[in-house]
Design a protein around this ligand. Sequence first.
Ligand SMILES: [Zn+2]
Length: 116
Amino acid sequence: MAVKVKQNAKEVKKESENKAANDGANGAKKAGPPKKAKKTEDYFTEKYPHAIAGTLRFDESANKQKMKIKCEECGDTNREVYTSDLFQVKVCLECAKKKRAASRKKKEEETAEATA
Ligand SMILES: [Zn+2]
């Protein structure tokens, strides 16, 4: 008997939780941050100054969030990266290409000097 009552109580609790989640926009409850919530745009723009506010979207094919960035080199704003890459992607594709080419050239020069 006691067990059955407990189960019912649990079900009722679950229902009220669902309702609370639906009413979440009202912000009435104080339950701390939800465990599996997606990170917010504020989080990214605060942590990564090159991430552009207002560009966060969810890429369903990759099941990942994406954001546009402002290139630190030239200011271009067309590159979109996964938010998981924001920590390492800070320039547009063109500048990344130039950087790669520059570092390759530098390496070649160093190699040439070493073998000369
Ligand atoms: Zn650039």
